[in-house]
Every structure is written in C-alpha cells, then in structure tokens.
Design a protein around this ligand. Structure first.
Ligand code: PAF
Length: 268
C-alpha cells in the first residue's frame, strides 16, 4: 500500500525507522508520470530499499513566462501508476510547505549551470538543485534516481553531491523512448500531431552519431528551431581539439512552442 503524504512532517513520520538500517531510494519527479519515470521507480526498487517518489512542480525552477501554471498536474493518475509499481510512499507537497519563507537559502550551480540550458534559463538549475537538496534532506535517501534525458541536470546533481559531500548515491538511468524514437517527456503532450511527427527528426539526427550529419538533418527542416546542437565530453566539459573517445551529442530545439531536449552517447 502506497502512503501519500503532503507535508515534510508527515513524510518524516512515515519514513521514521526506515532509513538508517536498510537504505532508502528516492525518485524526484514533477508528476505527469510516463514510462520514463516508472522505469526510474523500477530501477530504484531493484536495490531492495523502500522507494519514495516525490511529485512536486517546483516553482523555483520556472522563470516568469515559462509553463509553471500550464505544467500538467495529474496526481491521482500518477499515484495509481506508482501503487502498481510497489512504491512505498509518494511525497506531494504544496509550494507553501516546501518554501514557507520563499526562496531564501538556495543552491547555486556554478559555471556548469550557465551553459547549454542555463543560457536560455539562467535561474533554472539553482531551482532544481535547491529542491533536490531539500528532497535529499527531507527523505534522508541513500540513493536517488534521475533520467539521462536531462543530462545537464544529472551532471549538476552529481556535482552538487560531490561539492557539498551529500551522503547520497546518484544513479543516472538511460533515456526511455517511444516506439518512434522520441525521448519520453511530460512536455511531449504539448505537441500537436503534426509537430510530433516533425519532432522525430531530433532522435533521427542524434542516431547518426555525428554532429555534422545531425546538423545537416535538422537544418533540412526549417520548422525545427535549434537552440544548441553540440558535442561535449561525457561530463559536459569542452572536447580538446585532438580528442578521441567517448563523448555526448546533445540537442535542444523548439518544435512549435515546445522545447525538446535529447542526447546520446557517441564516440569521436
Ligand atoms: O527532472 C525533473 O523532473 C525535475 O527537474 C526534478 C529533478 C524533479 C526537480 O524538480
């Protein structure tokens, strides 16, 4: 039976006694759960610890004018899906209980938070890191699970854990794709049928495994508005000129009004 709790106090009561002896796995989400999130919950369950999934549309990571109000909220459906996955508890707090004093003390991401996504969303990663740090503290999780689709987010969470000596193991899980190749995202529901078909050029471009070929493919469709298409080292640092070895090919592009992210591991 999955417990649903809405306040930090209720969460801590529910989790009392579960942490120190056996470990606890956390899957932070903003809800509108799809197969990608459920895969994270399944991976988390494999460790054999109780699994807590948080569902919180975190206002701090949305800038004015972004889709905070429109972001899908489907708590009842989400809870039903998580019950079927054997999740021990769902933590679904309100913004007021998470930020009773507003955004007062925050975690800043440093230079890695200012590139790629951070260029168009300069306050985004401080919002993400702040809420993730709070969720780590509130749950006392020993293990936390994140998808590789938000690759920069995952890199910054790893960096925060290292820099702040947080006692949490971070598990990055591969992107889950629809049958047609599109990376699953809660924001895919904003795409019209025609936009969704056009969006398939993105995974097709990444599947070439080459920056040049990916650019040529995406440039073919002027309705895909590329924000960045870049090859980096796996830790998101710049590739030296003579580099050969594992790398990451990352893209952010707008299809209609929907901004899509995707990435793949490549060899250069
Ligand atoms: O990836 C997300 O859904 C969010 O950024 C996260 C990690 C749950 C923090 O709000």
């Amino acid at each position: 039976m999955t417990e649903i709790v809405h306040t930090p106090e209720a969460l801590q009561q529910t989790l009392a006694g579960t942490r120190e002896d056996a470990g606890l796995s956390l899957v932070p989400t903003m809800g509108a759960l799809h197969e990608g999130h459920l895969t994270l919950a399944r991976e988390a369950r494999k460790l054999g610890h109780p699994v807590v999934v948080s569902i919180f549309v975190n206002p701090l990571q949305f800038a004015p004018g972004e889709d905070l109000e429109a972001y899908p909220r489907t708590l009842d459906e989400d809870v039903a899906k998580l019950e079927a996955e054997g999740v021990a508890a769902v933590f679904a707090p309100s913004p007021e209980t998470m930020y009773p004093h507003g955004p007062r003390t925050t975690v800043q991401p440093g230079p890695l938070g200012a590139v790629l996504e951070g260029k168009t969303r300069p306050t985004h990663f401080a919002g993400v890191l702040t809420v993730v740090a709070k969720l780590f503290n509130l749950t006392g999780a020993t293990d936390a699970f994140f998808g590789e689709k938000d690759y920069q987010q995952l890199a910054l969470i790893r960096q925060m854990v290292e820099d702040l000596h947080l006692p949490v193991r971070v598990h990055g899980c591969p992107i889950v794709r629809d049958e047609d190749g599109l990376a699953l995202s809660s924001r895919n529901r904003y795409l019209s049928a025609a936009e969704r078909t056009r969006a398939l050029a993105i995974p097709r471009a990444l599947a070439t495994g080459s920056l040049e070929q990916a650019r040529a493919l995406l440039d073919d469709d002027p309705s895909i508005d590329i924000d960045y298409l870049i090859t980096t080292a796996p830790d998101l640092s710049e590739l030296p000129a003579d580099y050969s070895g594992p790398a990451r090919l990352l893209v952010a592009a707008k299809v209609g009004n929907t901004r899509l992210l995707d990435n793949v591991a490549i060899e250069v």
